[in-house]
Write a protein that binds this ligand. Sequence first.
Ligand code: ATP
Ligand code: MG
Length: 671
Amino acid sequence: MEDNSKYTILTIDDESYIRQSIKSYLEDYGFIVFEAENGKKGIEVFDAQSPDLVLLDLRMPEMDGLKVLEVLKARDPDIPLVVASGTGNITSVVEALRLGANDYILKPIEDMTVLYHSIQKCLKESQLKKENKAYQEQLEELVKERTRALRQSEQSYKAVFECSGTAAIILEADGTISMVNSKFTELAGMERREIEGKKNWVEFVAVKDIDVIRNHIRVRKHLDSGQDTPMQYEVQFFDKEGNIKYVYASIGSIPGTDRQVVSLLDITEKKWAEKRWQSLEKQLRKSQKMEAIGTLAGGIAHDLNNILSPILGYSDMIMRTSDPEGSLYQKSEKIQKAALRAADLVSQVLSFNRGGATEKRLIRLHPVAREVVKLLRGSIPSTIRIIDRIDRNCRSVYADPTQIHQVIMNLCTNAYHAMEETGGELIVGLEQKILSRTEMMEYPNLSRGEGGYIMLEVSDTGCGMAEDVVERIFDPYFTTKEEGKGTGLGLATVYSIVQSCGGDIRVKSRYGKGACFTVLLPAVHGEEGIEKKDIDPGRHMAGRGERLLVVDDDPDIALMCKEGFKMIGYHVDVFFSSTEALAFFRENHGGIDLVVTDQTMPEITGIELAKSMLKIKNDVPIILCSGYTGGIHKTMVKKAGIKRFVMKPVTVESLSREIQLLLKKSSQSAV
Ligand SMILES: Nc1ncnc2c1ncn2[C@@H]1O[C@H](COP(=O)(O)OP(=O)(O)OP(=O)(O)O)[C@@H](O)[C@H]1O
Ligand SMILES: [Mg+2]
């Protein structure tokens, strides 16, 4: 028998014998039974005992069973309720069932087991309902809990997405950006609402990178996303204004979807720093190379100058003593011309070596630039239009005017060559400029920092240069010109002159699109103009028997001087050894009017010799000659008391001009 002791049943019936029989019957089965003789009482007992089931008679005086049913169902809609009714009252039964009764039995109850089964069935149903309800409630609670957890995890993911420190986006299958974080809005320079659901990732990426990324996304989609670790790509990114930025893009699939998450790390600053570093490294390598070539070239130039001096000197002498119409004269003239061209070359090499005899002083650039423009106007074809954008009010720079002339001339000649066949425009610009810190980045060689500079710009509309040519143009001996037309020293010289003035040069050019060279030189306060060159245009070559002492360890040069000076009226003593010369001077200094000495000699150098001679005779004018200025400073020469310093190769003509000037000065001071 089942254990019914846990169930309580309320029976409401106005007939007491029926109640009694039901009670005793059910109690026999172990139920706990409460009774009520009318509806009102029944409701009270219901409230007090909360039974598990109610047996309700439908026909009762005072309160009708259907009414009681309504009240009880209102109190507990789930209470199992079995109604009892006589056979003549079947419509009430139907109504009771409609109002929520669970079962009915007919009175008189002939077979109590019917009642028992009905009660059992209703209790079971009720039990099941209760369990079901509890289960449902539990389920609902579980769903609520899960939803809460899901919401929390979504918030965490959103926080990670938002605060990861890199720009991040979520891509839909068609490439539309469905979500961005605020770092991405910063990177793109756009509002969130302008991007989400509206933009496709391809709109932000450089064309050359699109296919790479597209392939990568495709590959990732077919990989097992669980084992998938995102890879990085360097991508060129464009913001709203079209500015280029560099980013590392990491792409990953979102498991179980066909969406991708892309994170972008902005490396623009790093990239620029790398570029600046590379350019500095390149500059350093270039200047080291130039330095090495310069030293080598300087040495060769020194020897060459010594060789050229007698060639020039003797051809000069032959021409002086021969008939200008004769073939000897003309041949000598050809020798002289060739030697002068060679001397020019040597002087180019020397100035590129920074060793040229420079005379730096405060100068204004505009007169030099104008002179070059004037010169060019007269010599280049009219198919090339020269545009003068020279500002006449620029401050001065500290430089050698001859070298600056060379810089502008070289740049303009190159421009002219670039337009020789096609014609075009050659623009020479000069202006004062204050460089900002960012602009300074483009000129890593500037020795001074931010501040005032004089900017010289020579641009043309000629053939331009390919990138690999631009890379090499400042290299000595690099030329694209046919043999005999270019030596490839022009820009190397320009580069080295500009460097020696603490400036820098930059070129912008594209093949077929012309070229623009920009030279920046530090501006200096001071209003000195270009000094007028102290050149006496007259040919004062005739000596008046003055006595010269010539010292050079190279006998060819020494003898050439002897012959040449004699020819124009001087009395000359020549020595190949500085010690011998000094000994001679010690004995004969009274009669010696001027000394010409070489610098590089064994035993005593020219400077040392001069010092010793000046100790003996403090007003003797001395001219120092050298084929190489490496190691010789203007101040050193001045300090030694030497009156002139002359670069080799020397000719009798050039030296005699210097001699004349000095002799004139010393005779004036003697008066
Ligand atoms: N304005 C320019 N347009 C196009 N190419 C140029 C320009 N300036 C220079 N170049 C290129 O740079 C090369 C080197 O120039 P650089 O002045 O050093 O030597 P060069 O002109 O060839 O010879 P030179 O020693 O006679 O000046 C040139 O051969 C030419 O290819
Ligand atoms: Mg050139």
